[in-house]
Structure formats: structure tokens, C-alpha cells
Design a protein. Structure first.
Length: 510
């Protein structure tokens, strides 16, 4: 009888706990919609009210998560006999509670308000190509994030503390190790490519491509890949992104008349994010079991669809005819090999991260990682960011920005106060290769299926291996569950060396 009473007591505590968790999650989803609206549809003059609205939501969620009642429930559940799924929920909420409970509410409110007000400041600074207009706001955000990290753990590297918001389980040491390895091995490969005599059909998509038709093409590719329009929508934004939940996962892209391939690949990339979100278990909505597993895994899904599918020969066998139907005068004579080569060109002079090729992309990430790390650690002054940014671009990529708009103002992330986010882009790319290699082992003739437009086997494999688990597993455990191996950069490096060695006829890499 005593045992039954204890079980009932634990069950009652968990029921109270999960009700609070669901309230927290739904408040967070409401804030996501407000954020999406601010970036996509809200009139410019709405910022003062929107910043207050988002700040109020952040304050309420902070109060619930850090309340004495939540602390008591977590303590009560720690020693109880819970299922594996319940333990996972407690683990995730405990981690969030322990971090947030150490941060004062007024700091949370100020961070939310300053980051919301920072977005139009960043937009104006970028439009006017003037970093000095954004510098005071950036400096304030850096100060607030340092203070935030210090409250969480004053004895640790503040950048490490911030990084763990986006990737709590792999560790910043893993990020540094991966980025160092990519820099060491990709720079020589890029140098060899630039010295190559191979002639690729890099002009396949040059010229003016009507942006309205490009939007139709973006909808075509989403249809082709299997986007669920009943639970999503496509819009435009200055910086493409995806947001939502398993019932409502929206994508955005942007169009440039001279860059049709950029818009297409951005759409495929955001589809990858959205299809992960839509694949999360619906019966666990508003709990960690229905949430995605942080940014490394999320980015792996977008990079897998963008690079391993969207930049493959098999994809172009399937999709080139659709593109030719939309732009018959410009692409009538293009071959599959032409499209494949153009989609995989390694640029010599690209300054924009979201338009970067698959290889040099990671040097864009290294630049941002090193700068934001030094800003947070106090080793770099905000006023020196443009010069340091330009110097690093010259060192790592062999090019130097002529403007702030093409340099340190090109990304929106710092205006959100998102320091520690950038490394997950490369970590996700590395994981994408590892996951795709496992999918190829398990799905017979995957390339043939992609060429035939049969994407369902890949969807099913990713849902079964990754999506359906939500946040049940830690990142490293999820990778082992999905691939049977520990996280490694080996698959990514083997993949790019083989692919680009063949494409650019590099004897040392074939």
C-alpha cells in the first residue's frame, strides 16, 4: 500500500509538472509567432508595441520556469520512479530551469526588449552601409549577454555558457575541434580547386530571372520535396528562416533577379528545417518530447536537404525540367551536368554567407565564431569589429569586403543577441553527412529514388531515426541511435573531398 501511495504521489506531482511545462511551451510558441510576424509582415512602425509584447511573454515564461513551485516539483520528481520519457522531460526542464533561475527577471526583460528594438536598427545600418549606427546597440547586447552568462556560471568561460543555449550536449570544445579541423582540411582543398584547370558550366544560371517566377519555382520545389502546405506557408524575409511547430511550420526565402539558384537552395534549406519540425511527434506537442533536439540537429536537417539532395546530380535530373519550364528562354539548352556543376561551383569572391558554396561556407562560420567569441570574452572591442572582420575574410577566404553591408552587417543573428549560435551551422553540416551516409546504407538505390522524385523513403528514414524522438535523447545519444556511431567529421570530409575532387579533377582528392 505504501508503494502504491508513493507511486500515486509521484504521478500527481508529474501531472502538475507537465501542466506547467505545456503552459511554458505554448507561451514560447506564441512568442515565436510574434517574432515571425515582426520579420515577415508587421509594419515598420509596430516595433515599439511589439518589443513590449515579446518582453511581456519572456517575463511571464521566465517567472513560471523559475518559480519556487517549479523548483519544488523538479526536486520532488528527481528521485521518483519515472518512465524513460518522463525522465527526459524532467532532464530538459531541469536544465532550462537551472539556467534561467540564476538570471534576474529584469535582465531577461531588458534583453528581450533590446533585441527586439535592435532589429530595425540593424536593418537601417545595413541599408545605409554604416556599422556605426548599429555599434552602440551591439555593444549593449554584448554587455547584456556577458551579464547573462555571468549569472548562470561566473566561474566559466562566458562564451561557453552562451553556446550551450544552442548546443547543450556536444560542448564548445567539440565545436572548436570541428571548426579547426574543417579550416585545416578545407582551406587546402579550396586552394587546389582555385588552381585547377577544370572548366565548369558556372554561367548556367546567369542573367536576369524574374522574381515572381522565382517564387513560383520555390513553390514548385516545395511541392516536389513534399512540403505539407496544410501545415505551412512560404513568405519572404530579409534573412531566410523557418519557424513553428509540428502543426504549423513556416518557411521564408528571398529573391534576387540575378541569383535564382540562391533563392532555390535557400528554399530547400528552409524546407529541411520545416520538415524536421513537422516530423516531431504530435502527441507530445508542448513538451520537450515534441521539441526539436537543439540547433546542431536542426541544422543537419536543412543542410542534408540543401547539399546532399538539392546539390546532387540526382536532384537535377528530376528538377531541371521544371526549372526549364519556368525559364524556357534562359535554360532551354542547359544539361543536367551543367546544372549540377553550377550548383556546386566553389566561388573565388563571394562575401555573403547565405550565398556561399558548400566548402567556403565554413570559413564564413569560422570568422563569425572567432569574432563573437572574442567579443563575449572581452578580447575584442565592438568598434573594431569591421576591421577585424575584413582582415579575417582576407586571411581565410582571400577576399576583403568593401562595405559593412557585405561584411559584418550581413547577418541578423547578433541583432537578436544570439551569440554562440553560429558554430551550430558547421556542426550541423558535419552531422548531415554522417546521417546521409547512414540513410544511403539503409535505403536501397537512394540516388535513383531522388532522381525519380521519390523522396518519401528519405523522409521516412529521417522521421524514424531523428524526428520522432524529439528531445528524448541528448545530441550525442541521438546521433548514436541514428547512425550507430559517435559524432564525427570523417563522413563530411570524405564526402566533400570525393565530390569536389571529381568535379574539379583533383588527382590528390580522387
Amino acid at each position: 500500500m505504501a508503494s502504491e501511495a508513493a507511486t500515486d504521489e509521484a504521478s500527481d506531482a508529474y501531472s502538475k509538472f507537465i501542466r506547467k511545462v505545456k503552459r511554458l511551451e505554448n507561451l514560447g510558441q506564441a512568442e515565436t509567432v510574434l517574432s515571425w510576424d515582426q520579420e515577415v509582415m508587421m509594419p515598420e512602425g509596430g516595433t515599439p508595441a511589439r518589443s513590449k509584447q515579446r518582453s511581456a511573454l519572456s517575463t511571464v515564461t521566465h517567472e513560471i520556469l523559475t518559480s519556487d513551485e517549479m523548483a519544488e516539483l523538479l526536486d520532488e520528481l528527481e528521485g521518483e520512479d519515472l518512465t524513460d520519457e518522463q525522465e527526459a522531460v524532467v532532464r530538459e526542464v531541469r536544465r532550462a530551469h537551472d539556467r534561467k533561475s540564476r538570471v534576474p527577471e529584469d535582465l531577461v526583460e531588458e534583453l528581450s526588449e533590446v533585441s527586439s528594438e535592435a532589429m530595425p536598427v540593424w536593418k537601417e545600418a545595413k541599408a545605409e552601409d554604416d556599422f556605426s549606427k548599429f555599434a552602440p546597440t551591439l555593444e549593449r547586447l554584448v554587455e547584456l549577454r556577458r551579464e547573462y552568462a555571468e549569472h548562470i556560471d561566473p566561474d566559466r568561460d562566458p562564451y561557453e555558457v552562451l553556446f550551450e543555449k544552442y548546443e547543450p550536449y556536444l560542448g564548445v570544445d567539440t565545436a572548436e575541434e570541428i571548426l579547426q579541423r574543417l579550416r585545416d582540411e578545407l582551406v587546402p582543398l579550396v586552394d587546389a580547386i582555385r588552381e585547377s584547370d577544370a572548366e565548369l558550366a558556372t554561367d548556367t544560371f546567369t542573367g536576369e530571372f524574374d522574381t515572381d517566377t522565382q517564387e513560383e519555382l520555390a513553390r514548385d520545389v516545395l511541392d516536389e520535396l513534399g512540403y505539407d502546405w496544410e501545415h505551412g506557408r512560404l513568405d519572404t524575409a530579409p534573412h531566410p528562416f523557418s519557424a513553428g511547430n509540428q502543426f504549423d511550420a513556416r518557411v521564408t526565402t528571398r529573391f534576387n533577379p540575378e541569383e535564382p539558384l540562391g533563392a532555390l537552395m535557400a528554399t530547400v534549406h528552409e524546407f529541411g528545417h520545416a520538415t524536421y519540425t513537422l516530423g516531431l511527434p504530435r502527441d507530445h506537442y508542448a513538451t520537450p518530447l515534441g521539441d526539436s533536439r537543439d540547433m546542431t540537429v536542426h541544422e543537419s536537417q536543412s543542410r542534408l536537404w540543401e547539399n546532399h539532395v538539392g546539390r546532387s546530380r540526382a536532384f537535377w535530373e528530376r528538377f531541371l525540367p521544371t526549372m526549364q519550364d519556368r525559364f524556357p528562354e534562359k535554360l532551354a539548352d542547359a544539361s543536367v551536368e551543367d546544372a549540377f556543376e553550377a550548383a556546386n561551383e566553389v566561388y573565388e569572391d563571394n562575401l555573403i554567407r547565405v550565398e556561399a558554396d558548400e566548402l567556403t561556407y565554413h570559413m564564413h562560420i569560422v570568422v563569425r565564431f572567432e569574432i563573437e567569441r572574442d567579443l563575449i570574452r572581452g578580447d575584442l572591442d565592438v568598434e573594431d569589429v569591421p576591421e577585424v572582420w575584413n582582415d579575417k575574410y582576407e586571411e581565410y577566404l582571400g577576399i576583403r569586403p568593401d562595405s559593412d553591408a557585405e561584411g559584418c552587417l550581413q547577418d541578423i543573428h547578433w541583432s537578436h543577441g544570439d551569440f554562440g549560435y553560429f558554430p551550430t551551422y558547421s556542426l550541423g553540416s558535419v552531422l548531415a553527412a554522417q546521417l546521409f551516409a547512414s540513410a544511403e546504407d539503409d535505403i536501397e538505390n537512394l540516388d535513383d529514388k531522388i532522381a525519380a522524385g521519390d523522396f518519401e523513403p528519405l523522409h521516412e528514414w529521417l522521421t524514424e531515426s531523428v524526428h520522432r524522438h524529439g528531445s528524448r535523447y541528448t545530441t550525442d545519444d541521438l546521433i548514436r541511435e541514428a547512425t550507430g556511431e559517435d559524432y564525427t567529421a570523417d563522413y563530411f570530409l570524405d564526402y566533400v573531398k570525393s565530390k569536389y575532387g571529381d568535379l574539379y579533377e583533383l588527382d590528390d582528392y580522387q
